[in-house]
Design a protein around this ligand. Structure first.
Ligand code: NAD
Ligand code: UDP
Length: 315
C-alpha cells in the first residue's frame, strides 16, 4: 500500500469519523474537515494524538486550499431533522460545498468521491432500486433541500468529470446506522434505541408499514474504501444492505433486543416520507466484489451498547 494524504469532509460526523479510523488504520495521513453542525470532536478525540491525523474546523461552502491525493466528500447533514433545520444551508452545503471540493480536486489532481444517497430515488416507483432508475423526487417539498441538493451534487461530479477530466466517483448510500450517531440525530434506528433504553414511547411515524433496509457502518466503510480504490469505475453505485424491514418490525426488534418496557405510539407521517426502499446491489457485488456482512440483529447489539454508554455518561 502506498501512503496517501486523504481529506475526509464531514470527518467528525457519524460516517466520516469511522472512515477516518479506517484510513488511519490503513496507514494514511488523514485530514478531517468539519464545521461541527452535526459532528462532534468526541467522535475523533481518540485520533487527536496521532500525528497522521488532523482535524480542521472549516465550512465547505467556503473554498479551501490543501494538498491531497483523495477526497472522501461526506460533509452534509443527513438526518431529516437536521437537514430541515436550515434548508437553505443544506442545499448550499451540497451545491457550493461540492463545487469547492471539485475545484480542489481539479487543482491538485485528486480523486474525489461523493457520498450521495438513496434519497435521489425519492419515493421510488421501482422496487428494489437500481442505479439506472431516475427517481421520483418532489422538487419543491420539505425533503428537496437534501434530495435535490444531492442530485445536483451528482450532476456537478459528472460535469467536472466530462468538462475538466476530474477523477470522480459516486456512491449512493442507503440507510446506515451504528455507534456515533448523534443522540439528537432523529433518524429511526438511533431514535428507537434511545427511546427503548429509557423505557420511553417508541415513536412510529405513520402506520409503520413503510420499509427501509438498514446497513451497519462497517459494511459501508469497507465498500467506500473499495470504491475509492477501484480503477475505471465512476458509479453511481448503490451501497446498502438489501434486507428490507418495515419500521414496525424494526421497533419490535429494538424492543426485544433491549428488553425494554417501552410501548409503541403512532405519530403523524412526515410529508413525502418514502413508502419503500431497498437497494439492488448487484452492481456493487459485481464491480467491487462486496456484499454487506453484518445482520441487523448483530449491528443492533453494537449500536445498543454504544448508546447505553452514552446515556450512562449523561446521567
Ligand atoms: P452526520 O450528520 O453525522 O455527518 C455529517 C457531517 O458533516 C457532520 O460532522 C457535520 O458537522 C458535517 N457538515 C455538515 N455541513 C457541513 C459544512 N457546510 N461544512 C463542513 N462540514 C459540514 O451524517 P452521516 O450519517 O455521517 O452522513 C455523512 C454523509 O453520508 C452525508 O453526506 C450524507 O448525506 C451521506 N449519507 C448518509 C446516510 C446514512 O444513512 N447515514 C445515507 C445516505 C447518505
Ligand atoms: N421514523 C419513525 N420514527 C422515528 C424516526 C423515523 O417512524 O422516530 C420513520 C420515518 O418516518 C421513515 C423511517 O422511519 O419512514 C426512516 O426514517 P429516517 O429519518 O431514519 O430516514 P429516511 O426517512 O431518510 O430514510
Amino acid at each position: 500500500m502506498t501512503q496517501k494524504r486523504i481529506l475526509v469532509t464531514g470527518g467528525a460526523g457519524f460516517i466520516g469519523s469511522h472512515l477516518c479510523d479506517r484510513l488511519i488504520a490503513d496507514g494514511h495521513d488523514v485530514i478531517a474537515l468539519d464545521n461541527f453542525f452535526t459532528g462532534d470532536k468526541r467522535n475523533v478525540i481518540h485520533l487527536m494524538d496521532n500525528h497522521h491525523f488532523e482535524l480542521v474546523r472549516h465550512d465547505i461552502t467556503e473554498p479551501v486550499m490543501l494538498e491531497v491525493d483523495q477526497i472522501y466528500h461526506f460533509a452534509c447533514p443527513a438526518s431529516p431533522v437536521h437537514y430541515q433545520y436550515n434548508p437553505v444551508k443544506t442545499i448550499k452545503t451540497s451545491v457550493m460545498g461540492t463545487i469547492n471540493m471539485l475545484g480542489l480536486a481539479k487543482r491538485v489532481r485528486a480523486r474525489v468521491m461523493l457520498a450521495s444517497t438513496s434519497e435521489v430515488y425519492g419515493d421510488p416507483k421501482e422496487h428494489p432500486q437500481t442505479e439506472s432508475y431516475w427517481g421520483n423526487v418532489n422538487p419543491i417539498g420539505e425533503r428537496s433541500c437534501y434530495d435535490e441538493g444531492k442530485r445536483v451534487a451528482e450532476t456537478l461530479m459528472m460535469d467536472y468529470h466530462r468538462q475538466n477530466k476530474v477523477d470522480v466517483k459516486i456512491i449512493r448510500i442507503f440507510n446506515t446506522y451504528g455507534p456515533r450517531m448523534a443522540v439528537n440525530d432523529g433518524r429511526v434506528v438511533s431514535n428507537f434505541i434511545i427511546q427503548a433504553l429509557q423505557n420511553q414511547d417508541i415513536t412510529i411515524y405513520g402506520e409503520g408499514s413503510q420499509t427501509r433496509s438498514f446497513q451497519y457502518i462497517d459494511d459501508l466503510v469497507e465498500a467506500s474504501v473499495k470504491m475509492m480504490n477501484t480503477e475505471n469505475f465512476i458509479g453511481p453505485v448503490n451501497i446498502g444492505n438489501p434486507v428490507e424491514f418495515t419500521i414496525l418490525e424494526l421497533a419490535e426488534r429494538v424492543i426485544a433486543q433491549t428488553g425494554s418496557a417501552s410501548k409503541i405510539v403512532k405519530k403523524p407521517l412526515p410529508k413525502d416520507d418514502p413508502t419503500q426502499r431497498k437497494p439492488d446491489i448487484s452492481m456493487a457485488s459485481r464491480r467491487l466484489d462486496w456484499e454487506p456482512q453484518v445482520r441487523l440483529e448483530d449491528g443492533l447489539v453494537k449500536t445498543i451498547s454504544y448508546f447505553e454508554e452514552v446515556l450512562k455518561r449523561r446521567n
